[in-house]
Design a protein around this ligand. Sequence first.
Ligand SMILES: NC(=O)c1ccc[n+]([C@@H]2O[C@H](COP(=O)([O-])OP(=O)(O)OC[C@H]3O[C@@H](n4cnc5c(N)ncnc54)[C@H](OP(=O)(O)O)[C@@H]3O)[C@@H](O)[C@H]2O)c1
Length: 194
Amino acid sequence: MRELIYYIAASIDGYIADPTGGFDAFLVEGDHASVVFGEYADALPGHAHAALGIEPPKTRFDTVIMGWNTLAPALEIGITSPYPHLKQIVASRHSRAVDPAITLTDDPLALVRSLKREDGLDIWLCGGGELAGTLLPEIDRLVLKRNPVVFGSGIDMFGNTPYKPRTFTLTRTRSFDSGVVIEEYTCRSGALLP
Ligand SMILES: NC(=O)c1ccc[n+]([C@@H]2O[C@H](COP(=O)([O-])OP(=O)(O)OC[C@H]3O[C@@H](n4cnc5c(N)ncnc54)[C@H](OP(=O)(O)O)[C@@H]3O)[C@@H](O)[C@H]2O)c1
């Protein structure tokens, strides 16, 4: 069955963006980029593929889901369909005018459950933290690009989701000279603690 994979950059202390939504403190360059631009090239935006002169491989993901606050910065710079090579789903509780390539949903949990029953490649949970908090029960795998920086405060990886431990198993760790560590965790089935 296809999986929901939360693939993100994070600080040591678990933030995915600074308090204003920026991520300048994350390392773009370095040897970890081989994974970002290789294995996870499907998670690059269309304008990055164009700038790099590469085609999206379409082997890792065929769908992306993101919260409205994650799409909004792209809209502000005129990018209305950031991942045109993927089926793009955006969660919002409001009626929004969006590019025809984007599917809006006010029930991302139900939609993801339905998508997981369909055939296809894995679904990339792009973020942000609030949406990830909603989708936590359906996350099958976490892939964290852990950057060697402590933010102190910022946007939390799972927003303000209530305390409800869900156990994951560390399945792979890759350390890079850049200081980035890519950690992969798989959800232990039925691992919701009481
Ligand atoms: N480090 C990384 O790899 C990474 C990746 C992605 C994003 N980010 C960062 O994360 C930040 C955004 O995160 P965030 O936590 O503020 O926001 P978010 O999860 O991206 O978006 C929150 C919005 O999404 C909608 N939403 C969320 N949960 C929903 C639900 N259960 N049902 C319906 N709609 C729902 C709502 O939109 P409405 O207000 O329209 O109702 C909500 O206000 C940005 O700064 C972005 O740069 C970082």
